[in-house]
Design a binder for this molecule. Structure first.
Ligand SMILES: NC(=O)CC[C@H](N)C(=O)O
Length: 391
């Protein structure tokens, strides 16, 4: 197979099946390998690109104009690290624009360069999206070279050789190595993120690649928060005698954490402590309860997904970012399905019938929005207070 490089091309996306999208490079130069997913959110590009759950993925934004609000230090979701533990590449319809916003501290393109996010603009993102919709998320290499030197066959071969996210444990590499305390609350204008004086319950958050806004939303309920590494044992967690435990979001295949995380979560469930799982934490909890997880044909990545809370009958518009899902047919009898996606009927939440344990697939912290699901942090707080059930 020989591909023809068009004149003036400085960025390419080479898919494992040999398809090559050619356009204008932006952000960091070099190459990055990953699974290509599209995100339909119209805002929040900085939060999205710094969400650790996008590790080993290349993000295609369906919204065409990106960059107009610039970047700042407040909107970074990752606790530490760069594009090695979040999105590696980004694809845009238009070349990122200069910032025009009072919160902007720097331009988006320069920030991508410093972070090592390889960018590609000027391609037909609608064609790419339609392709992902029809054929699933492809393995690909994104490349940016201002001189336009690309060995397309070699890039396609690299994409083809990658074995992908199934079976890949990324929670451990995305996690903090050391425990730390957290007291920053949810952002509000004009003061920004407040320091919260914790008066409520003590919560241990197990970090599988946690987003800062999960910690902020918890802190804003008054909880005193300690974050611990992904490999912390149930015994070590319980030795801290927390009022509740949160299992965070994170990248990679939940089933690949079966060696170190799932057995510990099982013990946490047995301990009877209130437990709240989010996204990867939800999937791992489901595995610990005996259910199965599978790779989705169509992952969910966006900020306008309708989810129904079956316990109240209410529909919430939520932020989503997942490529694996809990197989609802595999849920054991002790588990109630509490939330479902109104897009495709996939499971979005579970609770245990006889224990204070629940979890959701979507992102209740949802920075930059929507905030419909913030009530779940209160539900967890109430559960720790012994008020209300998990469902
Ligand atoms: N946001 C998350 O926690 C993602 C969970 C998991 N890595 C998935 O893709 O489904």
């Amino acid at each position: 197979m020989t591909q023809t490089l068009l004149p003036g091309v400085t960025g390419v996306l080479a898919l494992a099946d040999g398809t090559v999208f050619q356009g204008i490079g932006c952000g960091a130069t070099g190459t990055a390998l990953g699974e290509v997913v599209f995100n339909t959110a119209m805002t929040g590009y900085q939060e999205i690109l710094t969400d650790p759950s996008y590790m080993s993925q290349i993000l295609a934004f369906t919204f065409p104009h990106v960059g107009n609000v610039g970047v700042n230090v407040e909107d970074v979701e990752q606790i530490g690290g760069g594009s090695d533990t979040s999105a590696r590449g980004a694809i845009f319809r238009d070349v990122p624009t200069d910032p025009a916003n009072y919160r902007s501290e720097s331009d988006f393109d320069g920030w991508m360069k410093r972070r090592g996010v390889v960018g590609l603009a000027g391609i037909d993102t609608r064609a790419l999206t339609a392709r992902i919709r029809d054929g699933g998320a492809p393995h690909a290499v994104i490349a940016h070279d201002p001189d336009g030197n690309f060995d397309l066959d070699a890039l396609v071969a690299e994409a083809k050789a990658w074995t992908g996210l199934v079976g890949l444990d990324l929670a451990k590499p995305a996690s903090t190595l050391q425990s730390f305390d957290w007291d920053e609350g949810l952002w509000d204008w004009p003061e920004g993120h407040p320091r919260v004086n914790a008066t409520g319950k003590t919560v241990v958050v197990v970090d599988y690649g946690v987003k800062r806004n999960i910690l902020r939303a918890l802190a804003s309920t008054g909880a005193k928060i300690t974050v611990v590494p992904a490999t912390t044992t149930a015994e070590e967690i319980l030795a801290r005698n927390p009022d509740g435990v949160v299992l965070s979001n994170g990248p990679g295949d939940p089933a690949a954490t079966g060696e170190y995380a799932v057995p510990e979560i099982k013990k946490l469930v047995e301990s009877g402590k209130p437990l709240f799982g989010i996204c990867l934490g939800h999937q791992m909890l489901a595995l610990a309860l005996g259910a199965k997880t599978v790779k989705m044909d169509q992952g969910h990545h966006g900020a306008n997904h309708p989810v129904k809370d079956l316990t109240t009958g209410k529909v919430e518009i939520v932020s989503m970012n997942h490529g694996f899902t809990v197989d609802s047919a595999s849920l054991p009898d002790a588990v109630v399905e509490t939330h479902v996606s109104l897009f495709d009927g996939t499971n979005c939440g579970i609770a245990l019938k006889d224990k204070p344990v629940f979890s959701v697939q979507h992102h209740p912290e949802a920075s930059p929005g929507p905030t419909d699901s913030l009530y779940l942090f209160q539900r967890f707080s109430d559960l720790m207070d012994g008020r209300g059930g998990a469902q």
